[in-house]
Write a protein that binds this ligand. Structure first.
Ligand SMILES: NCc1[nH]cc(CCC(=O)O)c1CC(=O)O
Length: 328
């Protein structure tokens, strides 16, 4: 007998057809910061959702984090600055989802919010950017390197104690402009952000994780929704990338177990080698003195609990090595 398409017996593209022909369904509104990188990231998620038949619009917002470019992030209230205003838009229904660089998402979200999914990771490494010098090793004694990241400062000091490290804030274009104006001999930025904005040609070299361990979540995007928005959680499920999700869960578990503060240098990076998740972490004193404490571990991580347990084990090793818990 010929099987006719019906809700009980859908053709392969049934989902898509009904979605496209259902004008009653409102679009998914993405709350986003208005930096070029944030807009690229929101647009990327928009495209992925549109490819799956959803209608999507963007709601651009300026956050406190974007307005306070003159002071170091750790002094004005930390990473939460970039996400709070987007969460307010989700709370009052102006928007449905927020797209974040996972690196900027606090370890514990406020009550009522969840990460619906983590997308496949871009290059997690840090990039060396300079017009005059090809690599960190080529910088002359005492050269000036721009970065405000406590993690990058601590790791750079370990590699090249002679360098002068100066603060550098602002969005990617601002940071590159300050380099081009001659304020620095070189700067260090996440490779992922540069690549996303088509600025990969500015990368003179990438630091391998053994030399400069990335920050927890670096290079990955996460999508935040209000807890209970099961409709959105289901719509977003196809965008999730399991390996990235487990690796970044292990990394974030290290940060959480160390207190989640962004006023101490902390690096955590995990990747799968076969079925084993290999996790490395490094911790430095908040005042930037003293040697780095390093730890690593590996485990077969098939689920979230195992990945988080690995992160906690590695954090425990950091503490055994002298690292201190510092609440955010
Ligand atoms: N701290 C700001 C920030 N948050 C995310 C990225 C880059 C993209 C990413 O890591 O996903 C950057 C810029 C940088 O660190 O150079």
């Amino acid at each position: 007998m010929l099987a006719l398409p019906s809700p009980a017996n859908p053709p392969e593209d049934y989902e898509q057809v009904t979605t496209l022909s259902s004008p009653a369904r409102p679009p998914i509104v993405i709350a986003t910061r208005e930096s070029r990188l944030a807009l690229w990231q929101a647009g990327h998620v928009q495209t992925l959702l549109e490819q799956r038949g959803h209608r999507v619009t963007l709601l651009g917002m300026t956050t406190l984090g974007d307005q306070t470019l003159d002071r170091s992030l750790s002094k004005v209230g930390g990473k939460g600055l970039f996400v709070k205003e987007l969460e307010a838009a989700l709370e009052d229904g102006r928007a449905d989802i927020a797209v974040h660089s996972l690196k900027d998402v606090p370890m514990d979200l406020p009550e009522g919010f969840v990460l619906a999914c983590v997308l496949e990771r871009e290059d997690p490494r840090d990039a060396f950017v300079s017009s005059r010098h090809a690599a960190l090793a080529d910088l002359p004694q005492g050269a000036v390197v721009g970065t405000s990241s406590l993690r990058r400062i601590a790791l750079l000091r370990a590699l090249r104690p002679d360098l002068r490290i100066e603060p550098l804030r602002g969005n990617l274009d601002t940071r590159l402009r300050k380099l081009d104006e001659g304020q620095f001999d070189a700067i260090v930025l996440a490779a992922a952000g540069l690549k996303r904005l088509g600025l990969g040609a500015r990368i003179r070299g990438v630091f391998e994780p053994v030399d400069m361990l990335p920050a927890a979540g670096q290079g990955a995007l996460a999508i935040e929704v209000r807890a209970g928005r099961q409709d959105l959680i289901e719509a977003l499920a196809p965008l999730a990338h399991q390996a990235t999700w487990l690796a970044t869960a292990a990394e974030r578990a290290v940060s959480r177990a160390m207190g989640g503060s962004c006023s101490m240098p902390l690096a955590a990076f995990a990747r799968f080698d076969g079925e084993y998740l290999q996790l490395g972490a490094a911790w430095g004193d908040p005042d930037g003195t003293g040697p780095l404490v390093k730890a690593r571990g590996a485990a077969a991580c098939a689920d979230l609990a195992a990945a988080q347990a690995l992160g906690e084990q590695v954090a425990a090793k950091l503490r055994e090595g002298g690292a201190r818990y510092l609440p955010g």
